[in-house]
Every structure is written in structure tokens, then in C-alpha cells.
Design a binder for this molecule. Structure first.
Ligand code: HEC
Ligand code: HEC
Length: 163
């Protein structure tokens, strides 16, 4: 008797799960109805398409203004062939504090020396080791999607020291 009650209980509990699964299935189907070309371009996903040639990177050595204070600055020089693996970090041979005077490169920022508790380390923190996770070179190309970004200082916020 008890066993029977339990199985009925389980059946009742499963109903919302089945309903949720069905909703998910319908939602996926609806997504698939969206024009695929909007998401993946004109070539059907199963067809091979020629890769675009790699763009030419901007390597003019001019440090770019950041779009907002905590933006990782973009890389203004070539990083072609720079090894960045668990054993070797070419970036640090110029950007590490000890090497910046000779290389003329800006030191990796102080946040890069902090562990997640804010404790200062002697060397780059593991969470900042793989530079290109955040820093990327730039190419002068058409944006793939529209961009309506507005600099926060153009949003009518008073600026310190304006008067
Ligand atoms: C040979 C030395 C050298 C190496 C190696 C090097 N850099 Fe640089 N980097 C510089 C110098 C010098 C600058 C200052 C601008 C310039 O002269 O290009 C700079 C500028 C930058 C900037 C811009 C900083 C700012 O405030 O605008 C970033 C970001 C950067 N490098 C990231 C990297 C990354 C990531 C790597 C590795 C993939 C790397 N660099 C490897 C020398 C180097
Ligand atoms: C998780 C993201 C992340 C990683 C990984 C990372 N950075 Fe940064 N970096 C930032 C951000 C965000 C800033 C700007 C804010 C700040 O200083 O923290 C910055 C700032 C810098 C600056 C400018 C410093 C200054 O004072 O103007 C340099 C140079 C730089 N990073 C180099 C590097 C190098 C070289 C590496 C790899 C060893 C690296 N970063 C790894 C996010 C990252």
C-alpha cells in the first residue's frame, strides 16, 4: 500500500518537470524559426564556407583611450608569434614590473598582482596570467553588428574639475 502511494506521489511531482521540458522544447523550436541568417550569415550551417582572410592588426604603438575606466586597454602592437602558454609568457618579458624600465612598456596594472582576496603578490596573479583573455589587438574593419555605445561622460554627468 505504502509503495503504491509513493509512486503516485512521485508521478504527481514529475508533472511540472514534464511541463517544463515541453515548454523548453517549444521555445527551442521557436528560436529555430528565427531567421538563421541573422545569427550565422547567409551560408547554411551545414555547408562549408571560406574563412575570411585575417584582418591586418593596428600596430601603430599608440595607446588608445579606454571607453570606460575599467576597460582592459587594447593592444597597440603586434603580438604575432608571442608564446603565451603555461610554461612561457612572452608578454611578461616586457610588461612585468622588473622589465618595464628596459622595455618601455607600461607595467601590468596593480590589480594584476592581486589575488582574489586583494592580497598583493610578487608576480602576476594566476587569474591575470593569460593576457589575451582580456587584452586584444585591434583591426580597422566594419563592425559585425550595430553598436549604440555612448561614452558615460556624454550622458550628462558633471565632470570633476570642470569649473
Ligand atoms: C617587446 C616588448 C613587448 C612585448 C613582448 C609585449 N608588449 Fe605590450 N607593450 C609594449 C610597449 C612598449 C607598449 C607601449 C605602446 C607601444 O609602444 O606599443 C605596450 C603596450 C601594451 C598595451 C597597451 C597598454 C595601454 O595602457 O594602452 C597592452 C594592453 C599590451 N601591451 C599587452 C600586451 C600583451 C597581451 C602582450 C603579449 C601577448 C604584450 N603586450 C607583449 C611592449 C611589449
Ligand atoms: C581578467 C582580465 C585581464 C587579464 C587576464 C589581464 N588583464 Fe591587463 N588589464 C585588465 C583590466 C580590466 C585593466 C584596466 C583596469 C585595471 O588596471 O585593472 C588592465 C590593464 C592593463 C594594463 C595597463 C596598465 C596601466 O597602468 O595603464 C596593461 C599594460 C596590462 N593590463 C597588461 C596585461 C598583461 C601583459 C597581461 C598578462 C600577463 C594582462 N594584462 C592580463 C584586465 C586583464
Amino acid at each position: 500500500m505504502r509503495g503504491q502511494d509513493r509512486s503516485r506521489l512521485i508521478a504527481r511531482h514529475r508533472l511540472p518537470i514534464v511541463a517544463a521540458a515541453a515548454t523548453l522544447l517549444l521555445a527551442t523550436a521557436a528560436l529555430a524559426q528565427m531567421g538563421p541568417e541573422e545569427l550565422v550569415g547567409p551560408t547554411p550551417p551545414s555547408e562549408p564556407s571560406a574563412a575570411e582572410p585575417l584582418p591586418r592588426w593596428v600596430t601603430d604603438d599608440v595607446r588608445k583611450m579606454r571607453a570606460y575606466p575599467e576597460q582592459p586597454p587594447v593592444i597597440p602592437h603586434s603580438i604575432e608569434g608571442y608564446q603565451l602558454t603555461v610554461n612561457a609568457n612572452r608578454c611578461m618579458t616586457c610588461h612585468k614590473r622588473e622589465f618595464t624600465q628596459a622595455s618601455g612598456a607600461p607595467m601590468i596594472s596593480v590589480t594584476h598582482y592581486m589575488d582574489r582576496e586583494g592580497q598583493m603578490l610578487a608576480d602576476v596573479s594566476p587569474r591575470r596570467y593569460f593576457c589575451t583573455e582580456c587584452h586584444v589587438p585591434q583591426a580597422d574593419v566594419q563592425p559585425l553588428v550595430g553598436n549604440t555605445f555612448v561614452d558615460m561622460s556624454d550622458l550628462g554627468v558633471g565632470k570633476a574639475g570642470d569649473e
